[in-house]
Design a binder for this molecule. Structure first.
Ligand code: ASP
Ligand code: MG
Length: 591
């Protein structure tokens, strides 16, 4: 017997027949002796219809009234599902978010969950009831101390389910949906996409667009932070679906369930060397050749960064452990003799990183990280960002000072500080899945001063406008006046805001200007085994080269390698990578 939270999405309760089918499924699970809390979404399409209805009256309806309106969608489905369960002889009781004790912050339309008052739930479960909870909604106390209805943001029912699982310490949370689970890539673009039986929450978050299509990222974040055992599976089959795993198990603290600290660790990796190759030919196959040869030569590369440049040359910068520097130099010199370009190396560097679920969903985090470091007078040599990690390379001598400063900024305790962590090889593939993001734009700020605080100022300006940067790449090439270029990728919808946000900065940096990049697609390969399996990046670049795709930008983090390619090459690129890493159906039948 187990305590299970089961969530059924909008399509799964889309009409009376489906509600009845779901009720049967729940009844069977109850007959097995499980204690059940069921979370449901509004019937498919309802939330959109209600939104449209409001928009026909006002383009800008008050958020409070929108919450009042949208929360009715879920109220319909909990009542209908409970009626269907009663019909099957199951004693069920429907509950709104407020009734069940889901307390949120007051931000209407996007409230985060602060707490779940579990007493009423526990009592109902003890009485043997199946509790049917309205997803996507909660309650908050207004400034006058009166209760108000809030909603969590679109797709928020997943968040309700996982939050309930965390608060009740449920044995598992099962998300029932209209897809079989999480697939290795988007099946509409790559028909060979295959079901993943397992994926870690970190990998899921790094697979951004792919993961979010199946599960709300905030739900994944809660599962990761509190160690909720989570499954995504089809409402219409008995297949086990995908299991999401997480390492860290945290107690729900006083800081609030969803507002738990976004940063949960800082780490310093010392004795790193930066290798900067400049003026490389800008054509397919260069990055592939370089990293293949390094991997054959036994060098495991950590961060790789390639920024865009006007003209027909590229710079590629990467880091290796200092002990591999000599070997790397020899290998690079050989390659450069064949393809042309310059080599410059620097040792005595350290990589400083913060990690935590959903760092990128909160643009202020990266900004305050960089700000803290620059206030200590430390220059950022390289920057690498991902969904769950922000890293920079700094002078080793300043490492200690930096790690202390960062730990105090994010209020981290001793056991959250890691000095020279060792990557233990895990039983995880180097590439678990491949995601394509097409709603992204690239923007470069040219001729920015090369001094502490530049990246911080950029990120802070964006953060103040609520814009998350997906990747920030500081180019290696220095202009004659000592200035550099910084490029970043952001959501296309934020493109206009970004221009406005940057105006004051550009005014402050004489000679600097914005440059819009070409239409881009970002392809990301993600796998927890990536840090310990050498040669992954080279293999990915080779797959792209073989498909004759030129790489405009490279940004890696621990478990993700992303390449920016031209917009029209996006689909071709994920197909090539998916195939090369044998992620498709065929491989399954062979193994
Ligand atoms: N009904 C809400 C929506 O459509 C919440 C959910 O389905 O998760 O966004
Ligand atoms: Mg959903």
């Amino acid at each position: 017997m187990a305590l299970l939270i089961q969530k059924f999405g909008g399509t799964s309760v889309g009409n009376v027949e489906r509600i009845q089918a779901v009720a049967k499924r729940i009844a069977t699970s109850k007959e097995y002796g499980n204690d059940l809390v069921i979370v449901v979404s509004a019937m498919g399409g309802t939330t959109d219809e209600l939104t449209e209805l409001a928009k026909t009256i006002s383009k800008n309806p008050p958020q409070r009234e929108m919450d009042m309106l949208l929360s009715t969608g879920e109220q319909v489905s909990i009542a209908l599902l409970s009626i269907a369960l009663h019909k099957l002889g199951i004693s069920a009781v429907s509950m709104t978010g407020a009734q069940v004790g889901i307390v949120t912050e007051s931000a209407h339309g996007r409230a985060r969950i602060l707490e779940v008052k579990t007493e009423r739930l526990h009592n109902l479960l003890e009485d043997g009831k199946v509790v049917v909870v309205a997803g996507f909604q909660g309650t908050t106390l207004s400034s006058r101390g009166t209760a108000e209805i809030t909603t969590l943001g679109r797709g928020g029912s997943d968040t309700t389910a996982v939050a309930l699982a965390a608060a009740l310490k449920a044995d598992a949370c099962e998300i029932y949906t209209d897809v079989p689970g999480v697939l290795t890539t988007d099946p509409r673009l790559v028909p060979e996409a295959r079901l993943m039986t397992e994926v870690s929450c970190d990998e899921m978050l790094e697979l951004a667009s792919l993961g979010a299509a199946v599960l709300h990222p905030r739900a994944v974040e809660i599962a990761r932070n509190y160690g909720v055992t989570l499954f995504v599976r089809s409402s219409w089959s008995e297949n086990p679906g995908t299991k999401l795993t997480s390492k860290s198990i945290r107690e729900i603290g006083l800081a609030g369930l969803e507002l738990g600290r976004p940063v949960d660790g800082v780490e310093l990796l010392e004795n790193q060397a930066v290798i900067a190759l400049s003026d490389l030919p800008d054509k397919p196959g260069i990055a592939a050749k370089l990293f293949e040869e390094l991997s054959t030569g036994g060098v495991n590369v950590d961060l790789i960064i390639q920024s865009t440049h006007a003209g027909n040359s590229n710079d590629i910068t990467f880091t290796v452990a200092e002990e591999n520097l000599e070997k790397t130099k020899i290998l690079c010199t050989k390659i450069l003799a064949r393809i042309g370009g310059n080599l410059c190396t620097e040792k005595g560097m350290s990589k400083l990183s913060i990690n935590g679920a959903g760092i990128m969903g909160r643009p202020g985090i990266a900004a305050s990280f960089f700000d803290k470091i620059s206030r200590e007078g430390i220059n950022l040599r390289l920057i690498a960002t991902s969904e769950v990690k922000v890293s920079c390379v700094i002078d080793k001598k300043l490492g200690n000072k930096a790690i202390r400063a960062v730990a105090s900024t994010f209020d981290l305790s001793e056991n959250q500080i890691q000095l020279n962590p060792i990557n233990i090889p895990m039983n995880s593939p180097e590439v678990r899945g491949v995601a394509l993001d097409t709603n992204q734009s690239q923007l470069s700020v040219l001729h920015v001063p090369d001094k502490p605080g530049t990246a911080a100022a950029l990120c802070a300006a964006m953060a103040e406008s609520g814009i998350s940067l997906d990747a920030i790449v500081q180019s290696e090439r220095q202009h004659k006046d000592g200035s550099r270029d910084i490029s970043f990728i952001l959501k296309t919808e934020n493109r206009q805001h970004a221009d406005q946000a940057l105006v004051p900065l550009l005014a402050q940096w004489p000679g600097s200007h914005l440059e819009e990049g070409p239409g881009i697609a970002r392809v990301s390969a993600v796998g927890a085994g990536m840090p310990t399996i050498p040669g992954t990046a080279g293999r990915m670049f080779r797959a792209l080269a073989n498909a004759e795709i030129n790489i405009a930008m490279i940004a890696t983090s621990e478990i993700r390698t992303s390449c920016v390619v031209s917009a029209d090459n996006g689909v071709k690129a994920i197909r090539a990578i998916h195939k090369d890493f044998n992620l498709g159906e065929e491989n399954l039948s062979k193994s």
